[in-house]
Write a protein that binds this ligand. Structure first.
Ligand SMILES: [Zn+2]
Length: 204
Protein backbone atom coordinates (compact mmCIF):
# COMPACT_ATOMS: atom_id res chain seq x y z
CA UNK A 1 0.00 0.00 0.00
CA UNK A 2 2.80 2.35 0.95
CA UNK A 3 4.58 1.68 -2.36
CA UNK A 4 1.40 2.37 -4.28
CA UNK A 5 0.90 5.69 -2.44
CA UNK A 6 4.51 6.66 -3.13
CA UNK A 7 4.11 5.85 -6.83
CA UNK A 8 0.87 7.84 -7.06
CA UNK A 9 2.51 10.78 -5.30
CA UNK A 10 5.43 10.69 -7.72
CA UNK A 11 3.07 10.54 -10.69
CA UNK A 12 1.19 13.60 -9.39
CA UNK A 13 4.44 15.50 -8.83
CA UNK A 14 5.65 14.68 -12.34
CA UNK A 15 2.37 15.83 -13.76
CA UNK A 16 2.38 19.11 -11.82
CA UNK A 17 6.03 20.05 -11.98
CA UNK A 18 6.45 20.96 -15.66
CA UNK A 19 3.07 22.69 -15.85
CA UNK A 20 3.30 24.66 -12.59
CA UNK A 21 4.03 28.12 -13.86
CA UNK A 22 2.85 31.50 -12.72
CA UNK A 23 2.38 33.66 -15.76
CA UNK A 24 3.42 37.30 -15.43
CA UNK A 25 1.86 39.03 -18.41
CA UNK A 26 2.94 42.61 -19.03
CA UNK A 27 1.11 45.15 -16.88
CA UNK A 28 -2.45 45.69 -18.01
CA UNK A 29 -3.31 48.82 -20.01
CA UNK A 30 -4.26 51.81 -17.86
CA UNK A 31 -7.98 51.59 -18.72
CA UNK A 32 -8.11 48.09 -17.22
CA UNK A 33 -6.28 48.91 -14.01
CA UNK A 34 -9.04 50.14 -11.68
CA UNK A 35 -8.74 53.07 -9.33
CA UNK A 36 -6.63 51.97 -6.34
CA UNK A 37 -3.46 54.02 -6.28
CA UNK A 38 -1.71 51.32 -4.29
CA UNK A 39 -2.40 48.70 -6.96
CA UNK A 40 0.86 47.34 -8.30
CA UNK A 41 -0.36 45.10 -11.09
CA UNK A 42 -2.79 42.44 -12.09
CA UNK A 43 -1.48 39.09 -13.18
CA UNK A 44 -3.02 35.95 -14.44
CA UNK A 45 -2.12 32.67 -12.76
CA UNK A 46 -2.10 29.51 -14.83
CA UNK A 47 -3.84 26.30 -13.85
CA UNK A 48 -1.30 24.42 -11.69
CA UNK A 49 -2.55 21.13 -13.17
CA UNK A 50 -1.85 22.40 -16.68
CA UNK A 51 -5.33 21.39 -17.89
CA UNK A 52 -6.71 22.76 -21.14
CA UNK A 53 -8.50 26.08 -20.65
CA UNK A 54 -11.82 24.60 -21.80
CA UNK A 55 -11.87 22.45 -18.65
CA UNK A 56 -10.64 25.20 -16.30
CA UNK A 57 -13.43 25.49 -13.74
CA UNK A 58 -11.43 28.21 -11.93
CA UNK A 59 -11.25 30.45 -15.01
CA UNK A 60 -13.30 33.16 -13.29
CA UNK A 61 -10.66 33.42 -10.56
CA UNK A 62 -7.44 33.51 -12.56
CA UNK A 63 -7.01 37.28 -12.34
CA UNK A 64 -4.93 38.06 -9.25
CA UNK A 65 -4.41 41.57 -8.01
CA UNK A 66 -1.22 42.55 -6.22
CA UNK A 67 -1.31 45.59 -3.96
CA UNK A 68 1.19 47.15 -1.58
CA UNK A 69 0.49 47.21 2.15
CA UNK A 70 2.88 48.67 4.70
CA UNK A 71 2.84 47.22 8.22
CA UNK A 72 4.51 48.09 11.46
CA UNK A 73 4.90 45.35 14.05
CA UNK A 74 5.78 45.32 17.72
CA UNK A 75 6.32 41.90 19.26
CA UNK A 76 6.28 41.32 23.01
CA UNK A 77 7.90 37.96 23.37
CA UNK A 78 8.37 36.18 26.70
CA UNK A 79 11.53 34.14 27.15
CA UNK A 80 9.63 32.00 29.62
CA UNK A 81 11.52 29.36 31.61
CA UNK A 82 14.70 30.21 29.67
CA UNK A 83 14.68 33.78 31.03
CA UNK A 84 17.35 33.24 33.69
CA UNK A 85 19.79 32.04 31.03
CA UNK A 86 19.53 35.38 29.22
CA UNK A 87 19.34 37.50 32.39
CA UNK A 88 22.62 35.93 33.54
CA UNK A 89 24.23 36.31 30.09
CA UNK A 90 23.68 40.06 30.46
CA UNK A 91 25.60 39.89 33.75
CA UNK A 92 28.42 37.88 32.19
CA UNK A 93 27.45 34.51 33.66
CA UNK A 94 26.79 31.26 31.82
CA UNK A 95 24.10 29.03 33.28
CA UNK A 96 23.14 25.48 32.35
CA UNK A 97 20.55 23.25 34.01
CA UNK A 98 21.21 20.03 35.88
CA UNK A 99 18.79 17.16 36.33
CA UNK A 100 18.58 16.20 40.04
CA UNK A 101 17.63 12.64 39.08
CA UNK A 102 20.07 11.48 36.37
CA UNK A 103 22.65 14.26 36.79
CA UNK A 104 22.69 15.32 33.14
CA UNK A 105 23.84 18.91 32.67
CA UNK A 106 22.03 20.61 29.81
CA UNK A 107 23.58 23.53 27.90
CA UNK A 108 21.48 24.92 26.20
CA UNK A 109 19.59 24.73 29.43
CA UNK A 110 16.42 22.64 29.53
CA UNK A 111 13.80 23.33 32.20
CA UNK A 112 12.81 19.65 32.05
CA UNK A 113 15.29 16.77 31.63
CA UNK A 114 14.86 15.09 28.23
CA UNK A 115 15.93 11.73 29.70
CA UNK A 116 13.42 11.38 32.54
CA UNK A 117 11.17 14.47 32.48
CA UNK A 118 12.43 15.62 35.89
CA UNK A 119 12.36 19.37 36.55
CA UNK A 120 15.97 20.64 36.46
CA UNK A 121 17.91 23.09 38.65
CA UNK A 122 20.07 25.98 37.39
CA UNK A 123 23.82 25.38 37.49
CA UNK A 124 26.53 27.94 36.82
CA UNK A 125 29.33 26.90 34.44
CA UNK A 126 32.69 28.57 33.85
CA UNK A 127 31.85 29.38 30.22
CA UNK A 128 35.01 27.58 29.08
CA UNK A 129 34.81 24.58 26.81
CA UNK A 130 36.18 22.51 23.94
CA UNK A 131 35.41 22.83 20.23
CA UNK A 132 33.91 19.51 19.15
CA UNK A 133 32.80 20.41 15.63
CA UNK A 134 32.31 23.45 13.42
CA UNK A 135 31.26 24.61 10.00
CA UNK A 136 32.50 27.60 8.02
CA UNK A 137 29.91 29.37 5.86
CA UNK A 138 30.99 31.65 3.03
CA UNK A 139 27.41 32.71 2.35
CA UNK A 140 24.77 33.63 4.92
CA UNK A 141 21.26 35.05 4.50
CA UNK A 142 21.34 38.85 4.19
CA UNK A 143 19.08 39.36 7.22
CA UNK A 144 21.77 37.88 9.51
CA UNK A 145 23.91 40.99 8.92
CA UNK A 146 27.12 39.19 9.87
CA UNK A 147 30.52 39.12 8.25
CA UNK A 148 31.59 36.05 6.33
CA UNK A 149 33.14 33.59 6.69
CA UNK A 150 30.74 32.73 9.50
CA UNK A 151 31.94 29.98 11.82
CA UNK A 152 29.29 27.98 13.62
CA UNK A 153 30.89 26.13 16.53
CA UNK A 154 29.62 23.11 18.44
CA UNK A 155 31.12 23.45 21.89
CA UNK A 156 31.15 21.06 24.84
CA UNK A 157 31.24 23.41 27.79
CA UNK A 158 33.18 22.21 30.83
CA UNK A 159 30.73 20.51 33.17
CA UNK A 160 28.04 20.07 30.50
CA UNK A 161 26.92 16.82 28.91
CA UNK A 162 25.58 18.34 25.70
CA UNK A 163 26.88 20.44 22.82
CA UNK A 164 26.15 24.15 22.50
CA UNK A 165 26.00 25.76 19.05
CA UNK A 166 27.04 29.37 18.54
CA UNK A 167 29.26 31.62 16.46
CA UNK A 168 33.02 31.46 16.86
CA UNK A 169 34.72 34.85 16.53
CA UNK A 170 38.16 36.19 17.37
CA UNK A 171 40.15 33.72 15.23
CA UNK A 172 42.84 34.95 12.82
CA UNK A 173 43.37 32.22 10.20
CA UNK A 174 40.88 29.50 9.44
CA UNK A 175 43.72 26.94 9.66
CA UNK A 176 43.91 27.83 13.36
CA UNK A 177 40.37 26.55 13.95
CA UNK A 178 40.69 22.95 15.05
CA UNK A 179 38.47 20.50 16.85
CA UNK A 180 39.76 19.94 20.36
CA UNK A 181 40.84 23.58 20.78
CA UNK A 182 39.84 25.43 23.94
CA UNK A 183 37.25 28.16 23.60
CA UNK A 184 35.41 30.48 25.98
CA UNK A 185 32.14 32.35 26.10
CA UNK A 186 32.55 36.09 25.45
CA UNK A 187 29.70 38.29 26.63
CA UNK A 188 28.43 41.33 24.78
CA UNK A 189 27.62 44.52 26.58
CA UNK A 190 24.99 46.88 25.25
CA UNK A 191 21.93 46.50 23.09
CA UNK A 192 21.65 43.48 20.80
CA UNK A 193 19.23 42.53 18.05
CA UNK A 194 18.41 39.20 19.67
CA UNK A 195 19.15 37.86 23.19
CA UNK A 196 21.29 35.06 21.74
CA UNK A 197 23.69 37.77 20.55
CA UNK A 198 24.57 38.47 24.20
CA UNK A 199 27.31 35.86 23.77
CA UNK A 200 29.61 34.15 21.28
CA UNK A 201 32.65 31.89 21.48
CA UNK A 202 36.30 32.86 21.06
CA UNK A 203 39.51 30.85 21.19
CA UNK A 204 41.20 30.90 24.60
ZN1 LIG B 1 17.38 13.45 34.11
Amino acid sequence: MATKTKKTQKAVEEKIAPAYKVAFPPELPANKRGKLSSKLFIMEVADPMGRPKAKDEWKDFREIEKIELKWEFCYKHSLGKYSKFFIELEKGNFYATKCPKCGTVWAMPRPVCANDLTICKWKKLTGKGTLVSYSISEFVPAFMKVKTPYVLAMVKLDGADTLFAHQLLGWKKREDIKTGMRVKVVYKKGPVGHPMQLMHFEPM
